[in-house]
Design a protein around this ligand. Structure first.
Ligand code: NDP
Length: 248
């Protein structure tokens, strides 16, 4: 999918929520979606980073973005409902969600894994996406064609030693994607898929592989073709798939 060329108006008039939009892959996805005409809602925990992305979108002349500072570790059900109400009032529609925000947690054998860290990783990587979907699916259902994209990982398909809660959370992400895709298939216009970015030059990757030379890795921009393809209407018939943004 690395060769997909998105037309400049692929996401024209669409409103798209990106979680973890302040840095790494989420930041690039927000910029790339805006470049294709989307109004992007930038959700993240560090307002300063979100403001920098907002400013970049503005200076490039793309549709004006919106900022939603929200810590997915501490957010409660009512925060997601409030967000849904705000999106409905401000924009009157929602066409897509990119569930991108995640934390790595510790890379430790499960036998020694800190229980509070385990719960935190599951809250940010899994529960937050569950609550966000519950609050926002009614709005997505009103869009002519809507797309939910989860972010998985190779350790969400085949777990490897010491990947701990992160691997468990990515298996759960794959399950949530499959459940929603199956449940929504015949009753809505929402398709649900997952992207495995593959090794990508970000802070998370540098943290997981401190000895690796980042210059050997694809950049977030390199992997955008699949992110664009799955968010735009060209993928309208794709549902329930877990796809790789980079060739193996
Ligand atoms: P980064 O750590 O660079 O970015 C993660 C983003 O998520 C940041 O903007 C971060 O905010 C945000 N975030 C983290 N915790 C919270 C929280 N509690 N509330 C709100 N936002 C939060 O990671 P990547 O860009 O590398 O990863 C993006 C996705 O891709 C993740 O789902 C990751 O698991 C997946 N992935 C990445 C790979 C890679 O090689 N990079 C490989 C496989 C999968 P802040 O900047 O404020 O910390």
């Amino acid at each position: 999918m690395l060769d997909y060329q998105a037309p400049n108006d692929l996401l024209k008039e669409k409103v798209i929520l990106v979680t973890g939009a302040g840095d790494g892959i989420g930041k690039q996805a927000a910029l790339s979606y805006a470049a294709c005409g989307a109004t992007v809602i930038l959700l993240g925990r560090t307002t300063k980073k979100l403001e920098a992305v907002y400013d970049q979108i503005e200076s490039l002349g793309y549709p004006q973005a919106a900022i939603v500072p929200l810590n997915l570790d501490t957010a409660a059900e009512h925060d997601y409902i409030e967000l849904a109400n705000t999106i409905e009032t401000e924009f009157g529609r929602l066409d897509g969600i990119l569930h991108n925000a995640s934390i790595l947690g510790d890379r430790t054998p499960l036998a020694n894994f800190e229980p509070s860290t385990f719960e935190q990783v599951m809250r940010v990587n899994v529960t937050a996406a569950f609550l966000l979907n519950q609050a926002l699916i009614p709005l997505l259902q009103k869009a002519p064609k809507a797309s939910i994209i989860f972010t998985t990982s190779s350790v969400g398909r085949k777990a490897k030693a010491y990947w701990g809660a992160y691997a468990v959370s990515k298996f759960a992400t794959e399950a949530m994607m499959q459940l929603l895709a199956d449940e929504l298939e015949n009753i809505s216009n929402i398709r649900v898929n997952a992207i495995n970015p593959g090794g990508t030059r970000t802070n998370m990757r540098a943290h997981a592989y401190p000895a690796e030379d980042p210059n050997t890795l694809k950049t977030p921009l390199d992997i955008m073709p699949l992110y664009l393809y799955l968010m735009g209407n060209d993928s309208a018939d794709i549902n329930g798939q877990s796809l790789d943004a980079q060739p193996k």
